[in-house]
Design a protein around this ligand. Structure first.
Ligand code: ATP
Length: 364
């Protein structure tokens, strides 16, 4: 198994316009050597454009891209030594698996013995060696995706660029393949940039994630940071379900903020670099459904008495609408106990301070 010469990737002040659409607006990112780094965001936020700029298919209007110490901003794709895997696999249907993987090496005019060795090594690493003589249409979607990965790995790329690589697979295969992708990237010590709009894919295998919206980076962090400490409502909402509760600051102590809301008083945490808001300022609380616990008792803060409304039971988890003063809180409970509707009154939704994220007020 070859070990890659790891490079870091620096993206400095990148701007890319298409006519009057600004797809990327002054993007700055530093991807560490050997890191599995995700570009995550909704459709149209600019993530594919950034991947294409890294591959060399587009040139930036402003800014620079560095692979290690080398500036690559205006190098053509074949001089960048990137390996790319697309959503559509893009395998040649008339070639065998081995021929597909060999293609890029033949273009480089390597000796045939070396090509054979590298093809074999790449197929072993993605566990597709037994299928070397099959044609793509004789393979499952997951197997085709492994071949596409092998083809990208065989040329010994400096970095791997993955564009929604799992979106054509069914749910079960997606889960299996995402773990495989992480294993392969780490085994090859490859700096990898992975584009997706699927937050579960990103949270489950990323080292770090950049969350994009409308050509901007909203937040960068490891999965736990971005999920537990979102910077704003967009990130909190994009990374999963959350309850937003507007309120007014009563008092603060360090980064602890005491907030009055229509459903009670809450003590939460302010994680942003910007100064903690002052008493009297409006803020938004973000509380994840799984952070709320239903109990037959409550307390004077971080606790709301209410009524269970709509309940959806999924077996291992149930979702409840918990209603107080016309405000609905979504609660999810693992190993559910409250699906009996006769229990719907006399309950409290409780949350600990660490799970109450205080965010700046933004108009909807
Ligand atoms: P998706 O998940 O749907 O692929 P994305 O986040 O990858 O979305 P991009 O494909 O990077 O988004 O597009 C960003 C913006 O730039 C969009 O508004 C898109 O319409 C526009 N855009 C992208 N490519 C081009 C192009 N070749 N010509 C004109 N506009 C483009």
């Amino acid at each position: 198994m070859f070990r890659n010469q790891m490079i870091d990737i620096r993206i400095e002040n990148i701007v890319k316009n298409f006519g009057n659409v600004t797809a990327l607006d002054k993007i700055n990112l530093h991807v560490n050597a050997g890191e599995l780094f995700f570009l995550l965001g909704p459709s149209g936020c600019g993530k594919t454009t950034l991947l294409r700029l890294l591959a060399g298919f587009y040139q930036p209007d402003e800014g620079k891209i560095f692979f290690g110490e080398k500036e690559v901003s205006s190098l053509p794709p074949h001089k960048r030594k990137t390996g790319m895997v697309f959503q559509s696999y893009a395998l040649w249907p008339h070639m065998t698996v081995a021929q597909n993987v060999a293609f890029g090496l033949q273009q480089k005019k390597l000796p045939s013995k070396e090509i054979k060795e590298k093809v074999e090594e790449a197929l072993v690493s993605v566990r597709m060696e037994p299928y070397a003589s099959r044609k793509p249409n004789e393979l499952s979607g997951g197997q085709q995706q492994r071949v596409a990965l092998a083809r990208a790995l065989a040329v010994r790329p400096k970095c791997l660029l993955l564009d929604e690589p799992l979106s054509n697979l069914d749910a079960k295969l997606r889960v299996e393949m995402r773990t495989e992708i992480r294993r392969i990237c780490k085994e090859f010590q490859l700096t990898t940039i992975y584009v997706t709009h699927d937050q579960t894919e990103a949270l489950s295998i990323a080292d770090r994630i950049a969350i994009f919206s409308k050509g901007h980076v909203e937040q960068i962090g490891n999965p736990l940071e971005v999920y537990k400490r979102p910077n704003n409502q967009f990130v909190a909402h994009f990374l999963g379900e959350t309850n937003f509760i507007p309120g007014t600051v009563v008092s603060t102590k360090d980064n602890e903020v005491y907030v009055k809301t229509a459903i009670g008083d809450y003590r939460g945490l302010w994680h942003l670099k910007a100064a903690v808001p002052n008493a009297g300022e409006n803020v938004i609380l973000s509380i994840r459904p799984e952070a709320l616990r239903l109990k037959p008792y409550g307390s004077s803060e971080n606790s709301t008495d209410g009524m269970i409304g709509q309940t959806t039971y999924y077996g291992e988890v149930a979702h409840y609408d918990f209603i107080k003063n016309g405000v609905t809180l979504r609660i999810s409970e693992l190993n559910p106990r409250h699906i009996d509707h006769s229990l719907q009154r006399g309950l409290f939704a409780n949350v600990v301070t660490e799970d109450v994220v205080v965010l700046p007020f933004e108009r909807a």
